[in-house]
Design a protein around this ligand. Structure first.
Ligand SMILES: [Zn+2]
Length: 253
């Protein structure tokens, strides 16, 4: 490519502004079902894919969007993180559904990468990390991968950006879903998720509802809820990119 052409393309990209490269990660897949609904047997991996595709469709008009898996396939955490590096992702969004032994647990929540955890958060972290080869252990029993990730997190500049992305996305979600669908807002929370730490770009992990709750499950099997959820995620991403662009243009390539 000639230098002149490169400069022109660069200017064009700058003028259209907020176009970013985004990796959407449908949780689990293949041999890993994720959570299975105690209500009707719905598998997390299937619903996560459905929601991930809707989020992708919403973002596609403005951004370069990739999926970590397009089929029902088993992916290692390292592969998901590797894809983020390979495509030069600016943002990472991992899509999940919750589950609990209690049928009364319900609601949606959004996680951003952090090492500042309370007990409730640790539980979710264990569940989402649990099916991978390095389950979260109690403090004092950290395996070497956890140690590596913790070391990464301590110095990571992605933590404030991940939190900001989470704030933008979650505030959009909570502006609509609780009133319209009577679903509980469980909030924006810090979480130590391997997949967020390993991708090394600002990222969030979405939990769109509880498969173990009858009311949440029926919402998540409702196209309107999933569509609204996806739309709000896309709006949050757009606001985040706008604010980053106004600040320092770091996401504009
Ligand atoms: Zn999951």
């Amino acid at each position: 490519m000639s230098l002149k052409l490169m400069v022109m393309l660069l200017l064009f990209k700058t003028s259209i502004g907020m176009s970013a490269t985004i990796l959407i990660d449908p949780g689990h897949g293949g041999d890993e079902n994720g959570a299975i609904s105690s209500v009707d047997g719905t598998k997390e991996k299937d619903l996560a894919m459905e929601l991930a595709l809707l989020i992708r469709n919403q973002l596609l008009t403005e951004h370069n969007v990739y999926l970590s898996r397009t089929l029902d396939q088993t992916l290692k955490l390292e592969q998901r993180a590797g894809t983020a590096q390979k495509i030069g992702a600016d943002l990472f969004i991992s899509v999940h559904m919750n589950s609990s032994e209690s049928k009364f647990s319900n609601g949606f929540e959004t996680f951003y990468l952090s090492n500042d955890l309370d007990e409730a958060t640790k539980k979710v972290v264990r569940v989402e990390n649990g099916e991978h080869s390095h389950p979260m252990q109690g403090v004092g029993e950290l395996d070497s991968l956890t140690g590596e990730i913790l070391a990464e997190i301590v110095v990571s500049e992605n933590i404030p950006e991940s939190k900001k992305l989470g704030e933008f996305v979650h505030s959009k979600l909570k502006s609509v879903l609780p009133q319209k669908y009577k679903i509980k807002d469980r909030g924006l929370k810090p979480g130590l998720f391997y997949v967020l730490a390993m991708t090394k770009v600002p990222g969030i992990l979405l939990e769109a509802g509880f498969l173990s709750s009858k009311s949440d499950l029926s919402l998540m099997k409702n196209k309107n809820y999933l569509n609204d959820y996806a739309t709000k995620v896309a709006e949050g991403v757009r606001d985040y990119l706008m604010s980053s662009k106004n600040k320092n243009q770091r996401l504009v390539r």
